[in-house]
Write a protein that binds this ligand. Sequence first.
Ligand code: SF4
Ligand code: SF4
Ligand code: SF4
Length: 282
Amino acid sequence: MKTFAVLQLSGCAGCEVSLLNADAWIRAYRLVYMPLVISAYDMPPVDVLLISGGVRTDEDLYNLHRATRCAGQVVAVGTCAISGGVPSLGDRYEVRDLFLAEEGRRHVPRLLPRCHPIDSAAPVDLYLPGCPPTPELFMAVLARPSDFHASRIICQECGRKKLRDMRPAHLIGFQYGHVLPDICLINQGFLCIGSSTRGGCRAPCPRAGHPCVGCRGPSDALIEGESSAWFDSIQRVFSALTDVPVEEVQKGLRSPQLSLFLFQFSDYSGKGRPPRPKEKVL
Ligand code: SF4
Ligand code: SF4
Ligand code: SF4
């Protein structure tokens, strides 16, 4: 039986909880290391290693190097492992100062100057974006079901209808007011970016009336491009369906709740490193 392990770096454990909600892999794998649920000090050699969380501390870096040395396949799981995600909020100086203001916190693992994606320090074979990836996506990695099929974009999984004659003049806030069923959230004034976000999660957010914030990252058509191509693509959809001023859409796209996910695959652009190939992204 093949083995797999889960290494948790700086994150929130949401990825692990989602993995535990999947169970099809139990018949195909033996889980040998996952500190959240299994007591084990050392990770033995494994066939598949899932890594969640960003590289935020020197301990993360040490554990990452140690674990990837004895893994057959390395999978970067979730926004934090791919681009820093939530732990990268701590890159701001005032957050570091606040953290270090407590004397006791100086004795925990040393913070690196900034949070890093795991592939800046170790080779990655597969990327599984999502915050967290759904249980079905975890099973797609581990159990490889022949009937798994991810749509190109979230809109194809959402099922809400886009209307040409229901054009809001301004955006409304997140989950503000009454949400009409079946009609595209953009027509209702919400900043939903499902049209440029890769499918696979089955669109739980827009189907429930909450705009997609893009945690699955850009679709294949945009994943290897500059982030400006993604902005343009979203803007085109808003221009077709709304009368919301361009500046208003752009401001919303750069808001903290979206920017965490929007730049998930664009953090290499302009830094002399190639983008992650779409063939490696599930
Ligand atoms: S990707 Fe999301 S769910 Fe996973 S560890 Fe990061 S914040 Fe938590
Ligand atoms: S833009 Fe959002 S609400 Fe509209 S169809 Fe796409 S995913 Fe659904
Ligand atoms: S619908 Fe959007 S925000 Fe929700 S899980 Fe899917 S990609 Fe993430």
